[in-house]
Design a protein around this ligand. Structure first.
Ligand SMILES: [Zn+2]
Length: 79
């Protein structure tokens, strides 16, 4: 198992396995892609406020505002 950084500054969120959206722990269905599979194993967080103007959003293939993980389950999310 890879070593993990202490979770002290990590927000209480889980990531959608399909699209990487970060949502509150009590969310049952991903508001972005409709998936019901989530994981606590995610890394890197980007917050997209204006996908039209965000270079990061374009690079990550995100077209909706929200918070997204860069990696889910140890892999970069493919969109
Ligand atoms: Zn999703």
């Amino acid at each position: 198992m890879p070593s993990r950084r202490p979770p002290s500054r990590r927000p209480p969120l889980k990531a959608c396995r399909r699209c990487g959206a970060l949502v509150a722990l009590d969310v049952k269905v991903c508001p972005f892609c409709g998936s019901t599979e989530f994981t606590d194993s995610w890394e890197g967080m980007v917050i997209i406020l204006d996908p039209e103007r965000s270079e990061i959003a374009k690079e990550l293939g995100i077209d909706k505002p929200g918070a997204f993980a860069i990696k889910v389950g140890g892999r970069v999310v493919k969109r």
